[in-house]
Design a protein around this ligand. Structure first.
Ligand SMILES: Cc1ncc(COP(=O)(O)O)c(C=O)c1O
Length: 417
């Protein structure tokens, strides 16, 4: 008998990683390595996009970069991030409204870890798998907002602030990815303005996760455009260099919030994080150079807009029901004839491909696996075109179509569940 571990027994990897491990066990290679089709993966192309700016290939590191970083981030980077929002969205945030983290996830995790107990999260039923792990591990209370075919995976803003059955002590804190992962649904313009206005009302707040800010035909969606008084709010915006700036590996993300809330986050950094790597922060400053970002906005919209449209059309021709919104780099789809996304995945693994099963995005599922639980998204899945080059379009579509046809034929002939 081995002795009991002192660490939690309830800390499985997030759903996406489970797919990765299952894939590796079946295919013998890691997803993403040569010859695989990374349709389950949430990373963007990390090479120069057609018409886009080159990606910096080096950063200078001087003796001052070997100092401990400042808890809240490199002053030049906080300045660059504030400028990034102010120039494109007409906001007037200060560097003191910016807290730098080692990627998007640590920022989101930290905000939720420090929420007061009377603050309740509202989250869409189909959201990014990591949220379920973060909400669970931070012991946050949350309720799910219905995401269904009937509401088109795009419930009204008011659904996030529904106070039915609550007493006055409970404050509401929606957590939304916008553009959404996995659905691609995006709140922008008047709808986003209304959402932010609701979030600024007394007793409300919001965590708007804008990791896919640039993946939209408007070339940029951010709630910051509509925030009236950030310093007197509980509005939190999460951003990162991960997607639009094509650099998941440098691990730079940030939270924009009131000065008071940023101070709390930086106090946490002083004892729990120790700041973020200087070389990475310097690289992020290069990435955020305004002319570069302007070119990147165009190129991201052009490349990913085209990919979204042509993959969507091809999937519909295959008989898949496509429910994707107009942002992000995923398609959110329903399999025909009650086919199951888990079975589809097992069949794809044999060909070096994988999708993300809809059930992994289900924010109402139990965190520890309960075999009796049936997710409403058992026959749904997310297809990522984030890492795909334009050249693989035909072969990707052909492969998915072939595996789907075989699965359908097997079911029709009674050879498969
Ligand atoms: C909705 C969402 N938020 C944030 C992130 C950023 O994560 P990170 O920068 O930690 O890789 C991702 C990446 O997959 C995401 O999909």
């Amino acid at each position: 008998m081995r002795r009991e571990s002192f660490l939690s027994d309830d800390c499985p990897p997030m759903g996406i990683y489970e797919t990765l491990y299952a894939f590796r066990d079946r295919f013998g290679e890691f997803m993403g390595s040569e010859g695989t089709h990374p349709w389950s993966q949430g990373f963007p192309l990390t090479t120069q996009l057609e018409g886009g700016p080159p990606l910096p290939s080096r950063v200078e590191v001087t003796w001052t970069d070997r100092f401990y970083p400042k808890a809240w981030g490199l002053p030049e980077l906080r300045e660059a991030i504030a400028g990034h929002y102010n120039s494109f969205y007409g906001s007037r945030i200060a560097p003191e409204n910016v807290m730098v983290f080692a990627g998007g996830r640590p920022g989101i995790y930290t905000v939720l870890a420090f929420l007061k107990k009377h603050v309740e999260v509202r989250i869409g039923n189909a959201e990014w798998p990591a949220y379920l792990d973060i909400l669970t591990q931070t012991d946050t209370s949350w309720r799910v907002v219905p995401f269904t075919e009937e509401n088109g995976f795009h419930p009204p803003n008011s659904a996030y602030f529904d106070r039915a059955g609550l007493n006055h002590k409970t404050h509401l804190f929606p957590v939304l990815s916008n553009p959404g992962n996995p659905t691609g649904h995006t709140r922008h313009g008047a709808e986003l303005e209304e959402l932010v206005a609701m979030a600024e009302r007394p007793g409300n707040g919001i965590l708007l996760d804008e990791a896919y800010e640039m993946y939209h035909h408007s070339k940029g969606v951010s709630g910051i455009r509509y925030v009236k008084d950030l310093d007197d709010s509980n509005v939190f915006l999460a951003g990162a260099c991960t997607k639009g700036l094509q650099s998941p590996g440098i691990r730079i993300g940030w939270i924009v919030a009131s000065r008071k809330n940023v101070e709390t986050l930086s106090n946490y950094s002083s004892f729990g994080m120790g700041g973020v790597s200087h070389p990475s922060q310097r690289y992020a400053v290069e990435l955020l150079e305004p002319e570069r970002v302007a070119r990147a906005r165009d190129a991201v919209d052009r490349h990913y807009g085209r990919q979204r449209a042509r993959y969507g059309e091809a999937f519909e021709r295959m008989g898949l029901e496509v429910f994707t919104g107009d942002g992000g780099f995923y398609h959110w789809m329903k399999l025909p004839d009650g086919l199951n996304a888990g079975e589809l995945n097992r069949r794809l693994f044999a060909h070096g491909a994988a999708i993300l099963e809809g059930k992994d995005c289900d924010m109402a599922r139990p965190h520890d696996k309960d075999p009796a639980y049936v997710s409403p998204y058992a026959n749904w899945f997310r297809f990522s075109f984030g890492p795909l080059l334009p050249e693989t379009f035909e072969s990707d579509v052909a492969l998915l179509g072939r595996v789907l046809d075989e699965y359908r034929a097997d079911v029709a002939a009674g050879r498969s569940a």
